[in-house]
Design a protein around this ligand. Structure first.
Ligand code: MN
Length: 718
């Protein structure tokens, strides 16, 4: 540190806390960074301090104390000079007169872009509305895809804001805490930055559930006296064992953080004492071989719990985390959780994607967090190009809560999939073509249904057939975004042929209303109208009509070339055959069935949605009369329709099963049951069931009504 005096000498004597903090930052930086970079950061500090001159935080401190603290967090993770300069400057665009151009001129392009990226993230508000959130989240991910340092600065910013959250009004505290738990902690986790994750979680927990936080904290503190004795004793035993085998390394007792204890209590429904009584140890040794040797030694001293050993060295977690995990029976049967890893793995476990920042170039191992992060971001970029914001959010969420399983291909390759993934997900993970053409599958050589949920270490073999097509129904059970979007894409192409058919029928009908027909119009007139409307082919026109993007009556009049007559025609109704496929759907508010008087609503992009005439939702839609069309049922429809009834029963065990069996005996399938309301004397249950038509539904209701334990039966109408 020969250069240290040159920089520190330029500082005034330590006169305030601020000076002390700055000096601490520079000392940290000088421990790993070349001179000129430290100079750059000092220059950024002076620039920032001047820009924020006169501003204070809610706590009353000078504003620059905040960016300075953010920079310190990143310096402790040994980030590069540009990221730290950007951290110091991260609020100047937002809060001062300075703009991006000024920064670019002063500090160059890269730092300016980083600060700009962080400022844009600052404008994102995550509120509870799922849709708004999805969009904000998407923006955030996009910023991250461009330069991951943007998100690192943002995470450090959030961490310091959480540390100083006490200065905020309680209402804001709760909102910021929730956002931290929902968004920022999972991102830190996904990037493998354990240190940040743990602190963000504990602070978020503290402000969101202050009471629970205090209770758990108090119980833990009370136990520690006794616990410390046990931890010390076991640590000594492990160290002794190491020495005897001539292994160099460290053993540490591990403190569980409050939020992880709370989460375990909530997830596993176990008591606080059960969870707090688990002791954690970490053994850090030189190399991978020694890890496995150490595992053997540990298993020799304490009996291992069956089924609890995990080899994250051979199969790292998705964020690059590597370690051996095992649980042992300790003294008096107390469970001991032991992690064994190398010095290097330990560093990665703490800092994740930030672990290797200064050695970017050497990063070649497949398990490295940087590489994992890059692969992840590349995948996100792909999904974001094709899907809706909601879909994107969903897939990001699946990634951020990484409950992965690992299965094998018949050749023995490992394939990671999210928990809950099915055979079909696996097929699409192999290749989109394999997914599209899969017809059957074998797990560990036994034939299984396609919807079978995979378990860890299954060997999966997919059987495909030429000409096979994906089933739209698969969307209801697949767990991965890749499978879902592939199936949707396929459906979209299929839907387009269906919408062409429907569009043609709609136009035919509208032409008939005004005493015309496609034949009467003729090809020449059609061509010229298509040109006027800037549509390429007749099929394209039909497609637009079928999807409700264009209205049939208007198009018909246009084709006839007639005068605009406003006379309402006694419109012939469109006949529903029940075979229209995906362009005709039945509203989930009122569940229309054959025999009901119904209306059709042309919904852009979704074709026709059929509602019952007295559905409450019709009033909303009445505002757009041009989008409504008369529809009627064809005489003999073969398929089944969903319908909903509500049944009030006496409170008696087994009554639900009785009603269900009467419904089943009436040739109806139950799709869904929910208990709506339980009163002292009766229970309201709603059934979603399938029937052929109104007559069938009436028979089902009559049979249910006859039951002695049933008080009332009614059809649910929206
Ligand atoms: Mn900030």
């Amino acid at each position: 540190m020969d250069y240290a005096p040159s920089i520190l000498a330029k500082l005034p004597g330590i006169s305030s806390r601020l000076d002390r903090n700055l000096r601490h930052l520079l000392e940290t930086l000088e421990s790993y960074m070349p001179d000129d970079q430290v100079e750059l950061i000092l220059r950024a500090y002076k620039f920032g301090a001047e820009a924020h001159q006169g501003q204070t935080r809610l706590s009353g401190e000078p504003y620059i104390s905040h960016p300075l603290a953010v920079a310190q967090i990143l310096a402790d993770m040994h980030l590069d000079g540009q990221a730290i300069a950007a951290a110091i400057l991260h609020d100047v665009i937002e809060d001062t007169e300075i703009d991006v151009a000024d920064l670019e001129q002063q500090f160059g392009n890269e730092i300016a872009i980083l600060v700009d990226g962080v400022s844009k993230l600052d404008q994102i508000q995550f509120d509870s509305q799922a849709e708004a959130q999805a969009e904000s989240f998407r923006k955030m991910m996009l910023a991250m895809i461009e330069d991951i340092r943007v998100i690192l600065v943002k995470l450090a910013d959030r961490l310091h804001n959480m540390r100083t959250l006490a200065a905020m009004p309680p209402k804001k505290q709760a909102r910021i805490a929730r956002e931290t738990l929902d968004i920022y902690a999972p991102i830190a986790n996904r990037l493998g930055i354990n240190r940040l994750k743990i602190e963000l979680e504990d602070l978020g927990f503290r402000y969101l559930y202050p009471f629970r936080y205090r209770v758990i904290g108090r119980v833990l503190r009370r136990r520690t006296g006794n616990q410390r004795q046990i931890v010390k004793k076991i640590t000594e035993q492990l160290e002794k064992a190491m020495r005897e085998e001539g292994i160099e390394g460290q053993v540490n007792g591990r403190e569980k953080h409050l939020y992880s204890i709370y989460k375990k209590m909530a997830e596993k429904k176990r008591s606080l004492t059960d969870i707090a009584d688990v002791f954690g140890f970490r053994i850090v040794v030189e190399d991978v071989n020694t890890c496995y040797r150490m595992l053997g030694i540990v298993h020799g001293r304490f009996k291992p719990m069956p089924g609890r050993f995990k080899d994250y060295i051979a199969i790292p977690r998705v964020n690059g985390y590597q370690s051996l995990h095992t649980t042992l029976f300790g003294p008096k049967g107390l469970p001991l959780e032991v992690q064994i890893r190398t010095v290097e793995m330990d560093r990665v476990a703490e800092s994740g994607v930030a672990a290797h920042w200064q050695y970017k170039a050497e990063d070649k191992t497949t398990a490295s967090p940087q590489r994992r992060a890059r692969e992840w971001l590349a995948k996100l970029l792909e999904i974001q190009k094709s899907g809706s914001p909601e879909e994107f959010l969903e897939s990001v969420k699946v990634d951020l809560f990484p409950d992965k399983i690992y299965v094998f291909t018949p050749k023995g390759d490992i394939m990671p999939l999210p928990k809950g993934a099915t055979v079909v997900d696996f097929a699409y993970a192999v290749h989109t073509d394999v997914g599209n053409r899969c017809v059957a599958a074998k797990i560990d050589r036994n034939l299984v249904p396609l919807r079978t949920v995979l378990q860890n270490s299954h060997t999966v073999e997919i059987i495909t057939a030429r000409g096979a097509k994906p089933n739209p129904n698969w969307v209801t059970f697949v767990a991965t975004a890749k499978a879902r979007s592939a199936i949707r894409n396929y459906m979209k192409s299929m839907r387009s042929s269906e919408s062409i058919d429907l569009g043609k029928r709609l136009l035919d009908r509208s032409l008939k209303d005004i005493n015309s027909s496609l034949r009467k119009i003729g090809k020449v007139r059609m061509r010229s109208v298509l040109d006027e409307l800037n549509i390429e082919t007749t099929s394209d026109l039909f497609g637009q009509l079928g999807l409700g993007e264009r209205l049939a009556p208007l198009t018909a009049r246009y084709l006839v070339g007639g005068e605009e007559d406003d006379e309402t025609q006694a419109a012939a109704s469109l006949v529903i055959a029940g075979t229209e496929g995906m362009v005709m759907s039945y509203a989930k508010c009122c569940y229309p069935i054959p025999g009901d008087s119904v209306m059709g609503y042309l919904s852009a992009g979704r074709g026709i949605v059929v509602h019952r005439n007295h559905c409450g939702n019709l009033t909303n839609f009445r505002k757009h009369p041009e989008k409504w069309l008369a529809v009627s049922w064809e005489a003999d429809i073969e398929r089944e329709f969903s319908s909903q009834i509500q049944v009030a029963t006496v409170n008696k065990t087994g009554v639900l099963a009785e009603v269900a069996s009467v419904i089943g005996d009436s040739d109806s399938n139950i799709e869904q049951v929910s208990v709506m309301d339980r009163h002292e004397d009766c229970t309201e249950i709603s059934f979603l069931l399938t029937v052929r038509d109104r007559t069938h539904l009436a028979r089902v209701m009559r049979n249910v009504r006859k039951m002695p334990s049933v008080l009332r039966v009614s059809r649910v109408c929206a």
